[in-house]
Design a protein around this ligand. Structure first.
Ligand code: ATP
Ligand code: MG
Length: 205
């Protein structure tokens, strides 16, 4: 019975996790009646190759602490423990084995959709799940935006768009603020803020 309920997946580097991520996950969950949202931090995101990011175990711990107060959020360590690059297609396939009867919704911000054609086997992913694309400041999905991405009609039929409150926070902005000594309070959960300072993360970039 429980297995048939819809499941959301929010993938990301979460470097670090912030209120934009949590808001996207919760709004998607409520709007589409998802039974749970699985946050899956990437070990090695292929599209961020060459960039330095915080150790995967630090990122995992921060996501876990951010998700702890929402009983509908879960954190998956699938990508963290898989060797090599973290490909969404592998993650969705693994989660489908765990929950074979549940419909899956992959949640992403509008900025992520711009890169989807570069994802490994993106057409296979579209056959495995639906997509919830949430608005993100600077990336509203209008007609021009859609034609600039140039994806097949079959793909768009699986995309559900969701307008969420504009929260102009990104992990890169948080990393830059820390590196330049600016406050990050109220941009992410207090526990994540404390974790960052206790472990001296992002202090210099
Ligand atoms: P970075 O600046 O390092 O790229 P980020 O803030 O974009 O970090 P990611 O881990 O890259 O965070 O994002 C994971 C997912 O969350 C992506 O699908 C992204 O579009 C979405 N997302 C992140 N921040 C927001 C936000 N403020 N509003 C809506 N969606 C967001
Ligand atoms: Mg990003």
């Amino acid at each position: 019975m429980e297995q048939k309920q819809a499941i959301g997946i929010l993938g990301g580097t979460f470097d670090p996790v912030h209120y934009g991520h949590l808001l996207a996950a919760e709004c998607a969950r409520r709007a589409f009646g998802l039974e749970r949202v699985i946050l899956t931090p990437a070990a090695q995101p292929p599209h961020k190759e060459g960039l330095s990011f915080a150790d995967k175990l630090h990122r995992l711990k921060m996501v876990k602490s951010a998700a702890a107060d929402n009983k509908h959020f879960e954190v998956s360590e699938l990508e963290i423990h898989r060797e090599g690059f973290s490909y969404t297609v592998d993650t969705v396939n693994s989660l489908k084995l765990l929950y074979p009867h549940s419909p899956f919704f992959f949640i992403m911000g509008a900025d992520a959709l711009l890169l989807i054609k570069k994802w490994k086997n993106y057409q296979e992913i579209t056959s495995l799940c639906n997509f919830i694309v949430v608005t993100r400041p600077g990336f509203n999905i209008n007609k021009d935006y859609k034609s600039s991405i140039d994806l097949p009609v079959t793909f768009w039929s699986k995309v559900k768009q969701l307008e969420i409150p504009a929260v102009d926070i990104s992990s890169s902005m948080i990393r830059q603020r820390i590196a330049s000594g600016k406050p990050i309070k109220y941009l992410l959960p207090d526990a994540v803020e404390s974790y960052i300072y206790s472990n001296n993360l992002y202090a210099k970039e």
